[in-house]
Design a protein around this ligand. Structure first.
Ligand SMILES: Nc1ncnc2c1ncn2[C@@H]1O[C@H](COP(=O)(O)OP(=O)(O)OP(=O)(O)O)[C@@H](O)[C@H]1O
Ligand SMILES: [Mg+2]
Length: 370
């Protein structure tokens, strides 16, 4: 037996051993390291639970498993929800006999793959919508400058009591210009430097608290081992502030309102087509009512808003900024718990970095150990 376990422990595949045989209820007797990570459970907590309690699949009930296994053939199920706190993961699992009274269960995580497919489809559609919005914004911006300039000239020729009209024209032109600028998004590509993500969060919290009338508690859950990342500090502040501002709006009138800002290091994480050795993950978690279901799949598109007074640009801007950092932003929301997750590569590889950035050469040298 010990030899089985020694080998299983070294596998990167998530593996469980469950008891079988007459009268057994498919209780877990063993979970290797990878499976413990997948379930977010220590072996000591998982052992003794039945397989059906961990896997949200009717086929995992003891009765069905017994009849399936009676055939003697290994059993595979695709895309089954796994009960992992606090959400769920999707896996393929297969079961095969290990010994007379033990079964081997292997789990292969598939949700990461599905998510990337969906991301890609979304990304191209979003790119189209954004191009359209930007094109329109550009078209509006030019005549707008003309309108404002003409109103300003006109104002000089008007009597005091008539200037009210020109000042309305100018104020409205300024408002439109503001909107158009936000649609166009951050005008500069990021200037990459070494950034401590916790400094970004601290700045955002200070800004958010200064603006807010409501009592929202900010809870910091920082991983002190998070390394500095190659990023544009000001742009990350903007990206984070948009998310935190949304949470503050959502928390208006929520009792015991809290925003948790959590950082972690993630190893071997794929964004788009690139596998990064190290990424920094920042989650903004609020206990508000959740994203309205009807707009949830589209919240990252420009001009999608669930609020009558919202312009729907905050998250589109956040996504633009994260994309320029070769990062990723995701959202998971249910009543009482909404999470916006940022994933940022720790290092911008030379190919991905801004070409000819002001500090491009310096970074290149640093990477080469100079
Ligand atoms: N934490 C959250 N909780 C609930 N709903 C949210 C949350 N964050 C975003 N949303 C929903 O997503 C919508 C889109 O957000 P986004 O920031 O893009 O635009 P906005 O806040 O409406 O307007 P703007 O940010 O441009 O002022 C919001 O209107 C809101 O309905
Ligand atoms: Mg917003």
């Amino acid at each position: 037996m010990a030899t089985h376990h020694d080998i299983l422990e070294q596998l990167t595949t998530a593996v469980a051993v469950v008891e079988s045989g007459p009268g057994a209820n498919f209780r877990v007797t063993y979970l290797n390291q990878s499976a413990q990570a997948l379930f977010g459970l220590s072996a000591s907590r998982a052992v003794g639970q039945s397989l059906g309690a961990l896997v949200a699949d009717d086929h995992a009930s003891a009765r069905v498993l017994r009849s399936v296994l009676a055939t003697g053939a290994p059993f595979t199920k695709r895309e089954v929800a796994l009960r992992v706190a606090p959400g769920s993961a999707r896996v393929n699992y297969s079961i095969s006999p290990l010994s007379d009274n033990e079964l081997l269960v292997e789990f292969e995580r598939v949700d990461r793959i599905i998510r990337i497919d969906k991301d890609e489809r979304h990304a191209s559609l979003q790119e189209t919508v954004r191009k359209l919005a930007r094109g329109l914004a550009h078209e509006i911006k030019n005549p707008l400058g003309g309108i404002r300039g003409a109103a300003q000239l006109l104002e000089r020729q008007l009597a005091d009591n008539e200037r009210e009209y020109t000042s309305i024209i100018m104020a409205e032109a300024d408002r439109l210009r503001n909107l158009v600028d936000r649609i166009l998004g951050p005008s500069n590509l990021p200037t990459f430097g070494k950034v401590n993500i916790h400094h970004v969060i601290e700045r955002v919290v200070a800004l958010a608290q200064a603006q807010s009338r409501t009592a929202v508690a900010f809870v910091r859950d920082y991983d002190p081992s998070v390394p500095e990342i190659d990023a544009d500090f000001e742009q990350l502040v903007q990206a984070t502030l948009n998310v935190v501002n949304n949470a503050m709006v959502a928390l208006d009138e929520v009792p015991a309102a809290a925003i948790r800002l959590r950082t972690r290091v993630v190893r071997q994480f794929t964004i788009g087509a690139t596998r990064h050795r190290l990424v920094v993950n920042m989650d903004c978690i609020d206990n508000g009512p959740g994203v309205p279901a009807d707009i949830a799949p589209r919240i990252f598109y420009p001009m999608i808003s669930g609020r009558p007074d919202g312009s729907g640009l905050g998250l589109a801007i956040t996504q633009t900024i994260l994309a320029r950092h070769n990062g990723l932003v995701e959202c998971e929301s249910e009543r009482g718990r909404t999470v916006f997750s940022f994933y940022l590569p720790v290092r911008q590889s030379p190919a991905m970095a801004t070409p000819d950035g002001p500090d491009g050469q310096a970074r290149e040298d640093e990477r080469n150990g100079a």
